[in-house]
Design a protein around this ligand. Sequence first.
Ligand SMILES: [Zn+2]
Length: 316
Amino acid sequence: MERAIYVGIDLGGTAIKAGICDADGRLIHTAECPTPVKEGAEAVVQRIAELARQLVEASPYHWDQVAGVGAGIPGFLDMEEGHVKHSVNLGWEDVPVKQWLEANLGKSVKIDNDANAAALGEAWGGAGAGIPNVVCYTLGTGVGGGIIVKRRLIQGFSGMAGEIGHIPVVPDDHAIRCGCGKYGCLETVSSATGMVHMAEAALKVGLSSSLSVLANITAKDVVEHAVAGDPIALNIVSIAAGYIGKSMAILSVVVNPQRFIIGGGVAQAGEFLLNLIDRHYRENALHTAQDGVEIVPASLGNNAGVVGAAGLHLFG
Ligand SMILES: [Zn+2]
């Protein structure tokens, strides 16, 4: 019998990415096209189906070998039903993606949110390959994540498992309001947005920093100035890393992962940030829960979402 392949779709507000993976999580072939968001949900789903077929046609495989199609989608989803309940990025309300794609493609379809898909991608074919218990952090505009226990992606009762950006880690007297409406979420301090916010607040009260010469501060600037020795920037990066370490200490006694994987734009700051996170994690975590635990950078970059979506049939 010819070997099975899996098609993964990473649906974003600007682009649809598709990829073929083999059963070992190796990404073999990719394709990409713009997302026709303005044409509505049906047009977008139609475009996904076309891209999936074109991808397989242009590869050395044929359609019969496709054992399943998975899609990572930004928003709140009903994974069981395969519905997108609400997506700000796509402007969608109650879209039956699974049903539409299955009718079009004649293949079994699974969907999950984009953060979970990216986490599964890293766990399966990236920095967590071969490790059954993994937690992934994506440090970008927000803080996303995904939890894999015994090689299964954990979704929870209503799909909210792995929303680690909303673990309330900041004490009340320092907590600011999160985009979710609550106070003190990890995302308010450890995302790119959170770090820039802290930098702007420090400059506003007149603290002296090498950041003050910049017109528009980015999280990358904050890390670079911290590495160069600016005390204000270093303090901000330490706060961001400190709360990530604290959240990891919490997760260590909840799901006890062997490996934490750190990805996303902010993580490109590299070893400096990773070492700080590691130090804060070791300070906070129960000794027996941190023994043998590693904190490593993500390895798939922008392909994590496609690989994870393809893996939903095996591990979702
Ligand atoms: Zn929140």
